[in-house]
Design a protein around this ligand. Structure first.
Ligand code: ATP
Length: 244
């Protein structure tokens, strides 16, 4: 627990009458790829927003690198790369302007890596962000999240908007590299096969509650022969849609 990069303890969050998180406890040790999987509305984004300090825990506590992300946003966010679900980028900027701006914000920005990613992602520096396709925006958002080599990378539904090639080859490779370098990735998904392909550890969330959290290796050992889909059904009582 002490060595955890993210330590969420008994966090409950209500929006009016909606119980978005119900006593969630989850600890992420350093290094590794953690997949948070659940249906739409299960509480994934709400969980991530607590980790980033964008929401204050109504009950319970959140620590990231041992710090409270609400009380010390700079201390936490300077060490985190984040890609939001809707890739909210400043659409009035050009790609090169956003890269310069992001570099100024992040002292640890790695220019050579940023340029390598820009080429891999096929992004034109002079393009106005407003004119980019959804997939290009997702690639640009990912580049900005990665180029300062954060200790913790948080991706909310990273594959939404990404084409299958980027999804399968690039995204998976990026996550793997980060974990091999001893850094930590937390990503959310509603796709079990995606989680199965890239995560070391899977956490299933349903109606604001964590119903299962274990390493994929242990899961496979405990449920030999069963698919992640079957295991999800066993814990939640219904299937996740294959894609949405
Ligand atoms: P999705 O993939 O659809 O974003 P999710 O698993 O990320 O799903 P959340 O966005 O965390 O789910 O939402 C959990 C619940 O909390 C849902 O019932 C959602 O409608 C509700 N909720 C989330 N944010 C708010 C908000 N700002 N105001 C009111 N209700 C909210």
């Amino acid at each position: 627990m002490d060595d955890a990069i993210v330590s969420v303890t008994n966090v409950t969050r209500r929006f009016g009458v909606t119980l978005a998180l119900a006593g969630v406890t989850l600890s992420l040790p350093r290094g590794g790829v953690y997949g948070l999987v659940g249906a739409n509305g299960a509480g994934k984004t709400t969980f991530i927003r607590h980790v980033l300090g964008l929401l204050r825990a109504q009950e319970g506590s959140v620590r990231v690198f041992g710090l409270d992300p609400v009380a010390d946003p700079v201390g936490v966010l300077s060490r985190v790369g984040y890609l939001s679900e809707d890739h909210d980028l400043p659409t009035w900027m050009r790609v090169d302007e956003l890269l310069r701006y992001s570099r100024a914000l992040h002292p640890a920005w790695d220019e050579a890596y940023a340029e390598e990613l820009r080429r891999t992602f096929g992004l034109d520096t002079t393009a106005r962000i407003a004119t980019l396709s959804k997939g290009q925006k997702a690639r640009l958002g990912l580049l900005v999240a990665l180029a300062h080599r954060p200790e913790l990378l948080v991706l909310d539904e990273p594959s939404s908007g990404l084409d299958p090639v980027v999804r399968r080859d690039i995204l998976a490779a990026v996550m793997r590299t980060i974990a091999q370098e001893g850094r930590t990735v937390l990503f959310s998904s509603h796709l079990l096969d995606e989680v199965e392909q890239v995560a070391d550890h899977v956490t299933m969330i349903h109606e604001g509650r964590i119903v299962l959290s274990t390493s994929l290796a242990q899961l496979r050992q405990a449920h030999a022969g069963a698919s992640l889909d079957d295991i999800f059904v066993a814990h939640v009582g219904r299937r996740l849609p294959a894609d949405a």
